[in-house]
Every structure is written in C-alpha cells, then in structure tokens.
Ligand binder design. Sequence first.
Ligand code: 0YR
Ligand code: MG
Length: 372
Amino acid sequence: MKIASVEPFILHLPLTSESISDSTHSITHWGVVGTKITTSDGLEGYGFTGTHAHLPSDRLITACIRDCYAPLLIGEDANDHQRLWTKLARYPSLQWVGRAGITHLALAAVDVALWDLKAKKAGQPLWSLLGGARTAKLEAYNTDIGWLSFSRDALLAGAARAVEEDGFTRIKIKVGHDDPNIDVERLAAVRQRLGGAVRIAIDANGKWDLPTCQRFCEKARDLDIFWFEEPMWYDDIASHAALARNTSIPVALGEQLYTVDAFNAFITAGAVHYVQPDVTRLAGITEYIQVADLAHAHRLPVVPHAGEMSQVHVHLSYWHPASTILEYIPWIKDHFHEPSNVVDGVFLRPQQPGASTTPLAESFARYGKSLG
Ligand code: 0YR
Ligand code: MG
C-alpha cells in the first residue's frame, strides 16, 4: 500500500432544493473539496472536506494538498494513518502557518482518504474495520425542513411532511432572527402542529449573544426543545458555559471546532451537552476518534454534524458507542457510489468496503472545477 499519487479535486454540487439560508450563511452549492490517493497496488481512496463552494478559498485547500502534503505522502505506506497524520499536522513549517483552518481542512481530506483505502484494502465497510456496529438503529433527524429562509407556512408544511409522510421522529429548526420573538412564534406553531412526541432541536449557527439567548430560552421553556445548537460565537467557551448552567435546554455544539483541544476546553468547562464533531473540520477520522472517545469518557452523547452530509458519519455513528442519532441533510448523497440512505427515519448501515466517500464519475465530469 505505497502511496503512488495524491490528486486533489474540487466539486461544486448544487443543493437538491433551492438555495437556503441559516442565520449566517446563504448557499446554493456545497463544495466537496478533497483528494484521491492511489496506491502502488492500484487501490483508490477518496476523502474530502465541505465548503460553501467558494472557488478562491477552495483552491487554497487543494493547493495545500498538492504543494504541501503530497510531497510528504508519496512513497509512504498508506496503512500508517496515525504516523502520517502526525507527520503532516506537526510538520514544523506547516504547523507554524496553521493548526486550524485551511491546512486542517486539507488534512481532513487526506486522513479520510487514507481510512477509505484501509477499509477498501480490508474489504470491509469502515464501521466494521473500526470494530463493528451496534445492532441498535441509528436515528436520523431532519434539518432540511427547517431553514431560516423558509416562510412560516413552508416550515410548517415541511415539518409535517417529514413526520407524517417520511417517518422522522426528530427534526431541527434554524433560529436566529434579529428579533428572537419571531423564532419563538415559529417554534410554537411547529410544536402545536406536530404535538408533543416529536423531538425538536434548534440551531442558531452562532448568531446571538448571551442576553439574547437567555431571554429566548426563558420564552421557549414550554416548547420542549431537545437541544440549542451553536447559540453563540463558536469559540466563546465562557458564554456557553454560562448558558448551559442557567437554562434547562441542553447546549449542542462542535461543527465549527477544529481540534480535539477545542473540544476538551468546552467539555471540561461544562459548556456543551451534545458533542457535535465533524470529520471534515477536525483533521479527519483520526482526530474524530479522539473527540468521540473524549466525550464518551465524560458520558456525553456524540451527535456528529452532517458537514459531509452523513457519508462518513453514518459509519462512525454505527460504530461509536456514544452515538445514536445523526443529522440528515440529503444534498450531496446521490453523487456517491454508496449514498447514505434513510428509511422511516433510520439510517441504513453501509455495506460496501470503504468509507462511502467515492464520488461518481458523472459527478466529476459535470461538477468538477479547475484547481487553478
Ligand atoms: C449551511 N447543521 C448546520 C449549513 C448546517 C449549516 O452552512 O451547512 O446550516 O450544516 O448548521 O447543523
Ligand atoms: Mg448546525
């Protein structure tokens, strides 16, 4: 399994619906920015990070893979994921320019490709290679019905469809209007429409400050909110710890945290209840495992962000004992050889060897971008 080539790529995949907005982002495409790694025995591994399909910054990620990481990888044994992770992450002049951000997203792509190779070589799906899956089902929660850009009527109709027709028992709704009373009113309407049994989580994507969150939580206290995700600025540990202490709604976060050290700081401060790592923002599966184990050691649930729209996270969630539910956003799944699949609100367990990260040739041909 000697590494023969490292070939980065950029795909800009159109969202399955219209454009969407949360409190801080408006997007029309999802960027799948990553690399193929080919070994001397002819195996191909694929890994990628996720972006908002902004070509100039996507090209910084592929330039890092092509110009900085590839020369350090060629000729190495692809099986040595931990040694290679450390070689790239701790390479002195690369560590100097980035222990997070672009270099970390690029490392995520490389690391996932190495794990995909390892699982393909073993002829096993990733969850099996890692140690085998639980028999319990992995519940999906639907985020795709809850965008902030949806009108109140569209939100109600989508939530009802997800629950009554598609069989979801869990949904997530975006919040973060300048006037939080608008969000309270939208949530109250959804709760009334769906009844008490459906689990409703909310997500502010980092928009509000502590007083706004405290006022909001007070007004939303009777709506049985399952968790409040990214209420405030992503790196603000003290404010999240204060909110976690002062409201009955559990705090969820992690999709914007790059390192195991950042998770450690939030967890030890008591600033998070639902831990939401993302293999595409952490440096891949290798760092994700550390975060999931850290959370588990603190007896906290791990609910990965669907930043790669669930492909790798389905494997990791079926494997890791701290994970029983996972975000569902179906934007990019149909561009892969083994799409993630939800039936009656439950993710099916992947069956093909690898990490389910191999894009279709048609998707490369149609949505591939030049690396510049
Ligand atoms: C848009 N899930 C999220 C979308 C979503 C984001 O940036 O990717 O809202 O990933 O917060 O929990
Ligand atoms: Mg989120």
